[in-house]
Design a protein around this ligand. Structure first.
Ligand SMILES: [Zn+2]
Length: 487
């Protein structure tokens, strides 16, 4: 009996153990399943949050080279399929809106999201709009009278060729800036909170010809500035002196420079201000206000942007010594070549305008308008209108050559015949050269602004005058011969 009872008890214990093992197993299985589900949810959540990072990768991919595009595209589709169920806003719309907001164009960014068909269902878009509306409230109107304007000439790529002891060395040393110096100045100004604005952000021209003050709204720690570059013609006299030879559109549709190496081969890259700034703003959109870049002041007598587009290259009349030499070196240059030059220059100018660049007259013949009488100014202006304007389009800005103005600092008067003429042919904004931090004047029918030269002469002789922008002692290129010649 006892034995039987013991056996029964043992069998019961065994069954109980089996049940316990079974229950434990089931509990473990359920737990594993739960963990798996949790993990899946976490990964999905991260994928949603990771979207901006992936977008950045997509953006960088397209910015870099064409070979990266396929990888970037697959990253994009990956993002889309992972989040398909959550009606994610399209990455390219978010990316463009983010870029507009980074450039302080919050209204543009908000409008872009609101017109997206997925806006009503997107929490991400709603959050962004709310954030930008809040940021807009913190912007302050910058005093226009305190907007500084800096300018450069063509930048020096190879200092050993620019500063080689020939007759041009002294001039380059005085009025040119090297690419190294330019990059250091740009970086310093960016770190100090400077932001590129357009002259047309500073003022508005009304239909009756009067000029009103504009409105520049920036975060309190930002400072607007205007950037210009003079004489972007790649004049013949600079050949072989270590500077770019022209602006071109590369195979990715970007505006770049051509540079002729000493062995005659041609390099394409960021060898002057325009592509250097384009690249910098691509990497730092907050360096540009609403997409503004700089303003390019052009003469016409050697053509524009490195293209031989002046009428002299068609007629071969009234050639200067450099143009005579050009035709000796290019005996096949004919009317067809001339037409091609004009066509290419137009294409580059159009691409530049699309990227935020503007153009100004620098007079056709690099004329000193202070010393020239009205009839000479008229003849020169007509040439600019005939041979430069058809390439770069309309402009209402004149950037005086030599900084030589048509009137004193008090303002243009109604009996100033040079002003009356230039206003009459369409100029509203007039820029001279002035070394003070800022000089802005609003007249009833014009705006005037002084510009500061950031070149070898200024850095060497007046480093204190650029202290608000950069430290001249750490920027000044050691490759420059010193002393920089006096003016
Ligand atoms: Zn000039």
């Amino acid at each position: 009996m006892e034995e039987q009872e013991n056996a029964e008890r043992a069998a019961k214990r065994k069954a109980k153990r089996r049940r316990t093992v079974l229950v434990c197993g089931m509990v473990i299985a359920v737990l594993v399943l739960l963990i798996a589900v949790l993990l899946f949810l976490v990964v999905q959540g991260n994928a949603g949050r990771m979207a901006p990072w992936k977008q950045e990768k997509v953006q960088k991919g397209t910015e870099n080279m064409t070979e990266d595009t396929s990888a970037a595209e697959s990253a994009e589709t990956e993002t889309e399929s992972e989040t398909e169920t959550e009606t994610e806003p399209p990455a390219e719309v978010l990316e463009e809106a983010d870029r507009l907001a980074a450039m302080y164009d919050y209204d543009g960014a908000i409008a872009l999201l609101k017109e997206d068909p997925g806006f009503a269902d997107s929490q991400e878009m709603a959050d962004k709009v709310a954030q930008w509306e809040a940021t807009k409230e913190t912007l302050v109107e910058y005093p226009l009278d305190q907007v500084t304007h800096v300018f450069y000439h063509t930048l020096v790529k190879d200092t050993s060729l620019a500063f080689d002891g020939d007759s041009n060395e002294g001039g380059y040393n005085q009025v040119m800036t090297t690419i190294d110096e330019f990059n250091k100045i740009t970086q310093s100004m960016y770190e100090k909170g400077y932001v590129l604005v357009s002259l047309h952000d500073m003022c508005t021209v009304n239909e009756d010809g009067t000029v009103s003050r504009g409105k520049i709204l920036l975060p309190p720690d930002k400072k607007p500035f205007v950037l210009s570059q003079d004489d972007v013609s790649y004049y013949h006299y600079m050949d072989g002196d270590g500077m770019a030879s022209k602006l071109v559109i590369d195979e990715n549709g970007k505006v770049k420079n051509e540079y002729i190496e000493q062995d005659g081969s041609v390099s394409v890259g960021d060898f002057d201000m325009v592509p250097l700034i384009d690249t910098f703003v691509e990497e730092h959109p907050d360096f540009s206000y609403h997409g503004a870049k700089g303003i390019i002041a052009l003469t016409g007598y050697n053509g524009v942007l490195g293209y031989r587009t002046d009428i002299a290259y068609k007629t071969r009349e009234n050639l200067d010594e450099y143009q005579e030499k050009f035709f000796q070196e290019h005996p096949d240059f004919n009317e067809d070549s001339f037409k091609k030059e004009v066509k290419k220059a137009k294409k580059v100018a159009k691409a530049m305008k699309k990227n935020g660049w503007e153009f100004a007259s620098h007079t056709w013949g690099h004329m000193n308008v202070t010393e020239s009488d009205l009839s000479r100014i008229q003849t020169d202006t007509e040439k600019w209108m005939s041979y430069v304007k058809p390439i770069v389009g309309d402009t209402d800005v004149i950037i005086f050559a030599f900084g030589a103005d048509i009137g004193g600092w008090e303002g243009y008067t109604s009996d100033n015949e040079k002003f009356n003429y230039l206003k009459n042919v369409g100029f509203n904004i007039f820029c001279n050269v002035d070394s003070s931090q800022y000089w802005v004047q609003f007249g009833n029918t014009y705006m005037r602004q002084g510009r500061r030269n950031l070149d070898g002469y200024r850095m060497y002789y007046n480093p204190e005058m650029v202290e608000d922008l950069f430290d001249a002692s750490s920027v000044f290129d050691p490759a420059r011969p010193t002393p920089v010649p006096e003016m």
